[in-house]
Design a protein around this ligand. Structure first.
Ligand SMILES: Cc1cc2nc3c(=O)[nH]c(=O)nc-3n(C[C@H](O)[C@H](O)[C@H](O)COP(=O)(O)OP(=O)(O)OC[C@H]3O[C@@H](n4cnc5c(N)ncnc54)[C@H](O)[C@@H]3O)c2cc1C
Length: 491
């Protein structure tokens, strides 16, 4: 089939290559050129499992190697990346340095891998996306950059199917006048961001914290503040990608807002005191987008063209890769039918809602760290359960992302958001925390929501073995499956 893919981020380029390997005749159309700056950098175990599967299924060795930090460094040292061992969260309070407060320290570390070798990565998108474009071309994809894509061009190219991989560029939304569904989204945030040189390590600014399951900074670091939160993603070559997600616009130029927030939160101020932005700070007033449909006759969108919620919990890359896997399977049998497209559309819609509710709940919970940490356990329960099931091959590409379709997990983000809206007192908070603990119990393969952990969750296969019944397995069969499980961890 003649397929046009519009947009050559890693998503469009990888799907174009998968289709070319299958024997389709693929043209990849890009309005810009590579290498180019992009954000959306933090991968996860679910993202990497999908990359590995795509690598194995279609003979894409580079995908397998890029799915783990150690293999990446050995095979592609020239592609810049950062070590990501897990998810780190801190709560900061205005005018006060971050407090070491014994077991009440507002710090949460959830390991995603047991060691550096098989750890996840932060992708320097300029390098990674460029790599995927070159690999697509090497696989036979016809690539045209600096191209203004129009309906006439697609017709001239004889495209029988169009994949919209244009991200927020919204190619198909403009072409087909697809209405926005932004009003459905609960999450609302603007973004102030750049890449920086010289961001200090948290351990240097706040020494003496109890050791966690991995060094705090080698992770997706989330600094929660009254106004929203700050992500900080460290690359191995010393650059850090950082951005404030702000519920409401703070008055002033991007530089003024940046300085104001650094002054207001002294520990964040100390971390960034000597940091130099590598490009001017930029502000985007609202980063969410959402459309009413993701497919139509002869076309389909990748997730980032259809919807985006927030960087919180790093869902974008994993979700995009999942969709690539689904479309890849549909093209193996000639190309998607109307029913296939309807199924793909319905799943993306449910998944966008799910991410939105989970993230919106997290924003509600940010006011109190104990609430936030409890709510976050719904995310970690969903992804760790999915990860283990995928490693045991009990899951397939059509299983919903973040618990969509799971009778135990599917309704939790919505229920949590509803409950969080009514939490007022300390007793409400305790009751919310107990509710989460019970609600995730039937999927809690990793010992999450455990007060004795004091917010520090390593990868612990012993806990997994103890919880064999959660996976519907005997202890013996789980032990014999351990080699398949050793690749990953809690998140
Ligand atoms: C602030 C922010 C932070 C994020 N953080 C994370 C994170 O930590 N972890 C994570 O997993 N995900 C994150 N994401 C999501 C992540 O960025 C996306 O999932 C990812 O970029 C999707 O890749 P893609 O290739 O589908 O689209 P994109 O990366 O958006 O690429 C789209 C491409 O299409 C091109 N294009 C656009 N319009 C046209 C057109 N009309 N014609 C031709 N070409 C066009 C663009 O030039 C671009 O090259 C984040 C997103 C944002 C906005």
């Amino acid at each position: 089939m003649r397929v046009a893919v519009v947009g050559s981020g890693f998503g469009g380029s990888l799907l174009a290559r998968v289709l070319a390997v299958q024997g389709h005749d693929v043209v990849l159309l890009e309005r810009g050129t590579h290498p180019r700056f992009a954000i959306g950098e933090s991968s996860t175990p679910l993202a990497n499992l999908t990359l590995e599967r795509l690598g194995r299924r279609y003979g894409l060795d580079d995908c397998y190697d890029l799915a783990a930090h150690g293999r990446w460094v050995a095979r592609f040292p020239e592609l810049k990346r950062g070590l990501k061992r897990g998810f780190t969260f801190y709560r900061h309070h205005a005018g006060r340095p971050f407090a070491r407060d014994g077991s009440r320290t507002e710090r949460l570390l959830v390991a995603a891998s047991p060691n550096d070798h098989i750890a996840d990565t932060h992708w320097l998108r300029a390098d990674v996306d460029h790599h995927f474009v070159r690999a697509a071309v090497a696989a036979g994809v016809e690539y045209r950059d600096r191209t203004v894509v129009t309906a006439d061009l697609l017709q001239a190219l004889r495209a029988e199917f169009v994949v919209d991989a244009s991200g927020p560029g919204g190619f198909m939304a403009h072409q087909r006048a697809i209405p926005s569904a932004l009003h459905r989204m609960h999450t609302h945030a603007g973004l102030l961001f750049s890449h920086f040189d010289g961001v200090r390590l948290f351990a240097d600014v706040v020494p003496g914290l109890p050791p966690g399951p991995y060094p705090d900074d080698w992770a997706a670091v989330h600094h929660i503040i009254d106004e929203g939160w700050l992500y900080s993603l460290r690359f191995d070559h010393g650059v850090t990608s950082a951005g404030f997600l702000l519920r409401d616009r703070v008055p002033g130029s991007p530089e003024q807002v940046w300085r104001h927030l650094l002054q207001r939160y002294p520990t964040i101020g100390a971390l960034f005191a000597h940091a130099k932005p590598l490009m001017p700070l930029a502000y985007k007033p609202r980063i969410q987008h959402r459309l009413t449909r993701a497919t139509g006759t002869g076309w389909a969108m990748l997730p980032h063209a259809y919807a985006f919620v927030d960087p919180l919990f790093s869902t974008g890359i994993a979700w995009s890769l999942r969709a690539i896997e689904r479309l890849g399977l549909l093209f193996e049998t000639g190309g998607p039918t109307e029913q296939d497209l309807a199924r793909y559309d319905a799943l993306l819609s449910a998944e966008a809602d799910q991410i939105d509710r989970l993230v919106a709940g997290a924003y509600h919970a940010m006011a109190r760290f104990d609430l936030f940490a409890a709510h976050a356990m719904i995310y970690f329960a969903a992804v760790s359960f999915a990860e283990i099931r995928q490693r045991l091959q009990q899951d397939n590409a059509w299983s919903g992302f973040l618990g969509v379709g799971d009778p135990q997990l599917g309704g939790l983000p919505r229920a949590s958001l509803r409950r969080l809206r009514h939490v007022r007192t300390a007793a409400d908070r305790r009751s919310f925390i107990n509710w989460v603990t019970n609600a995730i119990a039937s999927r809690n393969v990793c010992g999450l929501a455990n007060p004795a952990a004091h917010g520090l969750y390593p990868v612990d296969l012993d806990v997994l073995i103890q919880r064999h019944r959660v996976l519907g397995m005997s202890r013996e069969s789980l032990v014999s499956a351990l080699p398949a499980l050793r690749g990953g961890g809690a998140a």
